[in-house]
Design a protein around this ligand. Sequence first.
Ligand code: EPU
Length: 428
Amino acid sequence: MTSDAFLVRDSGPLHGEVVTGGAKNSALKLVAAALLAEGRSVIENVPEIDDIAAMADVAVALGAEVSRPEPHTIVLDVPPRLEVVTHPNLVGRLRASIVVLGPLLAREGRARLAMPGGCNLGNRSIDLHLAGLAKLGAEISYGADAIEARVDGRLRGADIELPFASVGATENLLQAAVTARGVTRISNAAREPEISDLAAFLRAMGGDIQGDGTSEIVVRGVDALAPAHHRVIGDRIEAGTFAVGAALTGGDVHITDVDPSHLHLPLEKLSQMGADVFATDRGFRVRGTGGLRALDIVTLPYPGFPTDLQPQFLALLSQAQGTAIVTENVFDGRFSIVSELERLGAEIELQAHHAVVRGPRALSGAIVAATDLRAGAALVLAGLAAEGTTVVQEARHVDRGYADLAARLTALGADVERRVDDRVAVSS
Ligand code: EPU
């Protein structure tokens, strides 16, 4: 597959204001949740990214009419009956499409889904989704390329303890439980802000959900949901990516339309590394002061340090004074960026799920590849601090989750452009 590349030249400090888009990892699930109610739901502040387009295609394949009357708004007209089979081409594009399993079981009592795709992040199984749905009464069978699920009558509320606070499993179970008969208690539930956003949408549709944002969620099943109107929260990971860009380049950037409390730990880390970080009435501001200091990072489910900002912080730590240990606990494939950062001159040693970063090391432009969405964004940031030109190939991974990254960085003073990737080496 051909894909554009980013051409990034060493840029001075980033300056100015950037508006955060709606949260990808919330909007994706809200599109699925809209399928729970017949009629017209409206979702605002939806980011214009490839993953949302893929999820909208999944909703269409299941029978919904999807329109985008204006940028950032999705309207779903959901019919009385849904299709229950998804084609591998659609679902294969997007791992998050597994979250339609809960709504389909709730609405139609059966589903046949092709196995989900998405970023290549190592072992991303869905056993917790399936075990939880089985507790709610679903009978599930699966082969190499499809999952089949059905339930006799309605799903039934149950007590479910998740062995790991999985974001996707919590979301699927919430959507399945909201119209199940009786009460569902999800223990060790994920606490990410996107879970609370989904719960808020489900409540607006008439659902009875308490405890979202804590690890104990209680869902009292209601007979049916009604369509609703909802505005997606700001994307904390996109905001955090710009924040790292500001710190890395010694810039001064106001990042608006996001709740800084959703980034409590990453912003605290930036400030401990030496950046000035202030909350503002519209978001927060990061001012790089030069002389970054190394510190350790351990990724964990929220409110722990987000795995989705780990690659960006690896790039940042390569420019900090001292030795940092970065421990990845969520996705085993998340260090695929390390060899690419090394090509740029970073010194990083991998020891199982730890990366030891020794800094600062001068970076210089090279050809690297985005191995996944966050790695791609992190490499673009690293390119800003590398002498000469950095080519980040496979820009399509970045398009899955960041709208117009090159243009928005350019508006902050960076020298970044998109090129058709002709695989020709670029000299710096
Ligand atoms: N896991 C299992 N079994 C399951 C579910 C998860 O073993 O049934 C494991 C996974 O293999 C993984 C870990 O648990 O190692 C975390 O998985 P989780 O279910 O929490 O994550 P997810 O729902 O697959 C979402 C985001 C990710 C984000 C994680 C963690 C979406 C579409 N994706 O994934 O976002 O990293 O939560 O916060 O919401 C990204 O945006 O770049 C991205 C990868």
